[in-house]
Every structure is written in C-alpha cells, then in structure tokens.
Design a protein around this ligand. Structure first.
Ligand code: 5AD
Ligand code: SF4
Length: 475
C-alpha cells in the first residue's frame, strides 16, 4: 500500500487547524473506549482579557468536539486560565488545584491544563512541577492559540507534564475559533501587552510588550460579530489610549472608535482600560458626539497623592488627573467614571490617603475597585524599603472604601425617575419574572420581563435605586 504523507503546516492558524483535526481523532478514540463523550470545563480567573482568552480556549475545545460540562470536578479535561495580578489570585489557583485533585473522576483520568498570566512566572511553574505533579499541560499568555497542539502532545506522552511557555511574542495569530459566552455582546482584543511598567504591576512581565492589532483585522472581527447578532462590543487592551503604535497605518484609538461606529448592527461600544496619561481630547470629542459609545469610562487613579503616583511611575500628578476627570465630566455630563485604587503602596502615609480621598470627593466616582497593595516578584516596588504593614493598610483601605461607596451610591441615585436604554442580559436573580441588563453607564437594572427580551435593547424607567443597582419598569 502506498504510504500516506502528512505535512504539518508551518504557518498559523493553518497549523492549529491541523492539530484540531488530529485532536478530534484522538478524542474519538478515547470516546470509543468508554462509550461516553469527553467533557471539558474552563475556569477563568481575573480580568476581561482572560475572559476573552477563555472564549478562544472554549472555541478550540468545541472545534475538537469536547462536550461542555458545567461542573468542574465532573469534567474530563479542565483548564484553569490563571491570573497573577495580586498574590491572592495565585493562592486561589493553588487552592482549587488541591481541591480538584482530591475529587476523583468517574472512569477516566482527568486531564488538567493551566494557562494564563500566572504561568508566565517561572517560580509558579517550578512550584507546580514540584507540588502539583498531576498537572498535564502548562502554557502561557502568548500561545493560547496552541491548545489543540498541546493536547496532542499530552496524549502522546501521557505521564509527562507538557510545558510550553514563550517569554514574549510579536506575533498576533488571527482567526482562531472562539465560542462567545453571550450571543449579543462580545469582547474584542485591540491590543495585547503593556509598556507602562507601573512599579507595582506584574502585567508587563507576564503579558509582554504592547502590540496593536491591525485595524482591518479588528473591524473584520466586529463585522462578523455583528452578522452573528452581537449588539455590544467591548474593545479590550491594557491601555487602549495608546492603540495604534507600531502599525503600518497611522491610526489613533479615537479614529478606530469612529470606524467601529460605522459597523452596521453594532449599537453599543465599550472599551477598557484607559490610562489617564494617554487620554486625548480627540477621544473625549469622539465620545461626546457619539450615540453608540457608552457613557462609561474606567480611568484608574491608583493614588491621589502626587508623591505616590511618582513612585508608582504613573506619569501624572494629582492635579493632572483631577483636571482630566473634571474636563470629561464637563464635556460628557451623563458619563459614569469608575476607577481602580491601590492602598498600602510602599511609603504611603495617612496624608497620602487624604489626597486620594480628596480626589474621590472631587471627581465623585460612580464606582471603584479598591485593592490592598500586593507585592509582586521582580517588580521595582517589591524592593522599595518602606513596605506598609498589612493592618495599617487595612485601616486606610476601610476609609477609602467607605468614601467610594458614598460617592457611588450618590451618583447612582441621580438617575432615579429617568428612562434609559437597557441591553437585557439575563434572567434576574432579584425576583421571579424579572430580567436584568445594563445601562449605557454600566449600571445594572432589574425589571419585570420575560426571557425573550434577552439580547434586546429596551427602554426602562429607573424607579428606585438600591445602592448600586436599580429596580425599574419597561416603558
Ligand atoms: N497590588 C494591588 N493591586 C494591583 N493592581 C495591579 N497590580 C497590583 C498590585 N501589585 C490593580 C491596579 C490595576 C488593577 C487591574 O489591579 O489598580 O488597575
Ligand atoms: Fe499594569 Fe500599569 Fe500596565 Fe495597567 S498600565 S497593566 S497597572 S503596568
């Protein structure tokens, strides 16, 4: 018989489609052994970027033909897409791994894969090799698209741990399958990585240098999403305001937004995250004159003290932040501004926290994520001498938290009695017969309605504000 030849394609994504086919065959063989479908579960830790990466992982697993299993411990193939932004994110992963290992599978050995930010840290991988040897596959943030290839390797070498970590990448692999969590909204990566090197932050080390996707690729993806029924897109990047650097065509983030606005079927556009140092007047202008760009801006402050901001390498002062935020409030009066704040950064005193409270008081944030500083390996802040004791940080944290809750409550309440558009997202857990959705400002609203409304944009009167959400009525 003539020998059959198979040439593994060199270029992506063709190479991955080859491995998806191979992994499909391997899955079918295993399924024939036990007579039941092979199942998967993807567990996501961390931010919107990871959530989007998980949709890509899910897309590949579905293309291989695995069946989704809702319960993590029941699945044959489990992936943890990890986060390492603060130490407690790492601890969660170790905790879950231990728990999962303790739960035996039915009739088959469970395959466990770990990927994402935490895997880009050498010390974490060493710890897993030593203390969690039952893990089968480890990969990082730069090669999510290689999942099928890694599954094939793991099948070939059953009792080994397959590890594939790249230190960095300039390559952006397009057209990888993905399965969206919601049919009506989707995240869209517009850039990867970060060049800012805030001194506390591990992201530039684990996500690599900043790389923007070509605008044509972004628009093509959004057009396809719109054809599939998506109404809302969230453009994702660590610092969307510096979008476009290094691309063939000179294009700013504001210009990209204008192109996204033109895509028929897209009714709402959100984006995350904005670095205050790069937010342009052009962007404010484009936002204020658009009826598709949502009235929400996430603008991380981190600290209100110029002295601490300098030590954080944020490259703006308290006054510059205030000027920017107040300008945005003036030009776009109905906008919601939310923020991130870190408490207990090395050297932070009660007076520095007073400055942070002052900014909260003046900007009147609509919401804030507040974090206690967490020391990350090999970041400049790790080596700063004046680390703040945990109990002191906690005291300051409590002051900041009660202040942001006060302004967020007040800002949310201002919409009482108004009628606004809501994109209905799901069945509400608030009351039987209710659904819930989001305003343009990102506030959640619960109102009476049936599930057929999910995915639609409807007018809702905001009757009563319950601290951080509304109960309303469809009008
Ligand atoms: N400790 C605490 N919070 C951090 N963040 C980033 N790094 C750290 C750290 N080492 C916060 C910042 C950032 C958000 C995503 O996480 O506020 O904006
Ligand atoms: Fe981290 Fe700063 Fe980059 Fe945000 S801008 S990801 S906080 S280094």
């Amino acid at each position: 018989m003539d020998k059959e030849f198979r040439i593994i394609p060199e270029n992506e994504p063709e190479r991955q489609y080859y491995f998806i086919e191979l992994a499909k065959k391997l899955r079918e063989e295993k399924e024939n052994e036990t007579g039941r479908p092979l199942t998967y579960h993807v567990t996501t830790f961390g931010c919107q970027m990871n959530a989007r990466d998980s949709e890509k992982l899910t897309g590949i697993l579905e293309a291989i033909g695995y069946t989704c299993e809702e319960k993590e411990e029941e699945a044959d193939f489990v992936i943890f897409n990890t986060c390492t932004i603060r130490d407690n994110a790492d601890q969660k992963v170790y905790g879950r791994l231990g728990y999962l290992h303790g739960k035996k599978n039915r009739d088959r050995k469970r395959v466990i894969a770990l990927c994402g930010c935490m895997m880009q840290e050498k010390s974490a991988v060493e710890k897993i090799k030593k203390s969690y040897p039952f893990v089968n596959i480890i990969f990082g943030t730069h090669n999510i698209y290689k999942l099928a290839e890694l599954i094939c390797s793991a099948c070939q070498f059953e009792d080994t741990m397959v590890i594939d970590i790249q230190d960095g990448s300039n390559e952006i692999v397009e057209d990888i399958p993905s399965l969206r969590k919601y049919p009506f909204k989707s995240g869209v990566n517009i850039m990867f990585g970060c060049n800012n090197f805030c001194t506390y932050c591990i992201v530039p080390y684990v996500r690599g240098r900043e790389r923007s996707r070509e605008p044509e690729a972004v628009i093509r993806e959004i057009e396809k999403l719109a054809r599939d029924g998506v109404k809302e897109v969230m453009l994702l990047g660590q610092n969307v305001n510096s979008y476009g650097k290094g691309l063939l065509r000179n294009i700013s983030f504001a210009e990209l937004l204008k192109e996204v606005e033109k895509v028929p079927g897209i009714e709402r556009i959100r984006f995350m995250t904005s670095h205050p140092k790069d937010l342009s007047d052009e962007l404010i202008e484009v936002m204020s004159s658009s009826d598709k760009i949502c009235r929400h801006l996430h603008l991380p402050l981190q600290s209100g003290s110029t002295r601490i901001l300098e030590r954080m390498n944020r490259r703006y002062t308290k006054e510059q932040y205030l000027e920017l935020a107040l300008k945005i409030r003036e030009k776009i009066p109905d906008i919601a501004i939310t923020t991130d704040i870190i408490i207990g950064f090395p050297g932070e005193t009660a007076e520095d926290v007073d400055d942070t409270l002052d900014v909260i008081e003046k900007v009147r944030f609509d919401g804030a994520f507040t974090f206690i500083y967490s020391k990350r390996k090999n970041t400049p802040a790790e080596k700063m001498p004046d680390q703040v004791p945990r109990d002191l940080a906690q005291q300051q944290f409590d002051r900041v938290l009660s202040k942001v809750q006060e302004t967020a409550r007040e800002m949310a309440g201002k919409r009482t009695g108004k009628t606004e558009k809501v994109l209905v997202e799901e069945k509400s857990d608030h009351s039987e017969g209710f659904v819930s959705g989001r305003l343009s400002s990102n506030l959640v609203v619960h109102f009476r309605g049936d599930e057929s409304l999910i995915g639609q944009i409807v007018n809702v009167r905001l009757d009563s504000c319950k601290n951080f959400y509304y109960i309303g009525e469809r009008v």
